[in-house]
Design a protein around this ligand. Structure first.
Ligand code: AMP
Ligand code: MG
Length: 432
């Protein structure tokens, strides 16, 4: 397991682009979690910690893609019907127990091994029936199959190794184990996989005004939404998230909670309390036990994201302090915390796929910062169009619900015309 470098979050510059921040994370952050071996059935959603090499060809033998008859192509009359005796039968899992000779047709079923043949006077096993006739294209009469002309040599035959070749690296370390990746591991015979243990993330909110949902709401108070957004996002990502509740705006309480959580977690994630206001004690609390840097991002909505290290007897634990405003939390989580979490978890950070779609709205934008506009996709004349959704403020959480994702406007854009092409980032690319 790797350790954080002393300067992994050091950043002295002024405004930083989102892409530069992500590149800095890519360069400085690697997996901090240990690995474990798990059964294939328990590997879903985990991150692979080894390359998986195929020890065999898949499929292991040439086999039939259809139910029908295996024949030698050279036996077929290209201009008229061919009649051949049906002299054997191979079903899936039951290879023919003898070589197949020219002049015969072997009844064969999907997945069954294509019979091998006898070549030459010495009786060596050599190439055999090379073509499979689909049963729908033939008729069987008194032990013979009648075949129409027109088939191509090699038809309906699957070749050994056409899916995977022995020695191929079929899965690379760092990939997230999805249904299809687990299926592929099984197809090369793997029973267990080495995976990274889940990243242990402690989450807390800060603020004297922030209350637990369900509690009474005194004047001036609000319910905590950020902690629930973040816990749900972390769980989606396969992290082991610990809910550490709400911390008041008090230095000593924040300092004690951070120190304790750092000893037993791989990452601390907070929201609120990290701007430069008098009541923002997170920075002082982290500085007392490590270091905290503010990454000022050219991003909207968003505020500086605080990234730091807390020294513990077992090495440093990273902390990411997100802004307090709920939409800014979502945007900074997706753009900064999510890459950080993936990298700490053993997964490379690859830019999510954005889709080029037409804009259904006009928009004026300040130059020099990247802006994420909540939008939903409607269909206009069969074509997807992004419509701005809801109100734009950084605190307007309801506008994320009903939006399908963000229109991602680059730093240099100042104006967006209706009908112009934009990059659309669906939530499904980053929140699943
Ligand atoms: P702060 O960064 O602490 O100054 O908070 C910025 C804004 O976000 C304030 O309006 C806070 O009330 C709000 N806020 C902070 N934490 C939360 C939270 N956990 N859930 C909802 N809103 C919050
Ligand atoms: Mg606050």
């Amino acid at each position: 397991m790797a350790q954080l470098s002393d300067d992994c979050f050091a950043f002295g510059g002024d405004l930083m682009s989102v892409a530069a921040a992500q590149d800095a994370l890519r360069q400085r952050i690697s997996a901090v979690v240990d690995t474990q071996t798990v059964a294939l059935g328990a590997a879903g959603g985990k991150i692979l910690a080894e390359d998986v090499t195929a020890p065999l060809n898949v499929p292991a033998h040439d086999n039939s893609a259809v139910d029908g008859y295996a024949v030698y192509f050279d036996d077929l009359d290209p201009t008229g019907e061919t009649s051949l005796p049906v002299t054997g039968r191979v079903a899936a899992g039951h290879p023919l127990d003898r070589p197949a000779k020219p002049g015969e047709a072997i009844r064969i079923f999907t997945g069954a091994p294509v019979p091998v043949g006898e070549s030459g006077p010495g009786g060596d096993i050599g190439p055999g029936p090379d073509t499979i006739m689909m049963q729908e294209d033939c008729r069987e009469e008194s032990g013979r199959v009648i075949i129409q002309p027109g088939i191509e040599r090699g038809a309906n035959r699957r070749f050994a190794g056409e899916d995977v070749r022995a020695g191929d690296v079929v899965l690379s370390a760092g990939c997230r184990l999805q249904p299809q990746t687990i299926g592929l591991a099984a197809s090369v015979g793997r029973e267990t996989l080495r995976v990274y243990k889940p990243l242990r993330v402690a989450v807390f909110s800060t603020g004297d005004e922030v209350r637990e949902p369900g509690a009474a709401l005194p004047p001036g108070a609000i319910y905590d939404s950020n902690r629930f957004t973040l816990m749900a996002a972390l769980t989606h990502m396969g992290c082991q998230a610990t809910d550490l509740g709400i911390l008041p705006d008090r230095l000593d309480t924040i300092q004690a909670a951070i120190g304790e959580a750092a000893a037993t977690h791989d990452l601390l994630l907070t929201s609120g309390g990290v701007s430069m206001g008098d009541e923002d004690h997170v920075k002082t609390a982290v500085d007392a036990q490590g270091s905290l840097d503010f990454w000022r991002l050219a991003i909207k909505p968003g505020r500086p994201v605080a990234l730091g290290r807390i020294e513990t007897p077992n090495g440093a634990t990273p902390i990411a302090g997100l802004p307090g405003n709920p939409v800014a939390v979502m945007v900074t989580f997706l753009m900064i915390a999510r890459p950080l979490i993936l990298l700490l978890s053993g997964c490379p950070y690859i830019d999510p796929i954005r889709y080029r779609v037409r804009s259904g709205f006009e928009y004026a934008k300040k130059q020099g910062r990247r802006e994420f506009v909540r939008a939903r996709i409607v269909t206009d004349d069969g074509e997807p169009v992004a419509q701005k959704h809801g109100r734009g403020g950084a605190g307007v959480l309801s506008s994320l619900v009903g939006a399908d994702g963000f229109v991602d406007l680059p730093e240099d854009t100042t104006h967006l015309d209706t009908g112009g092409m934009i990059d659309f980032l669906p939530f499904t690319e980053v929140l699943n």
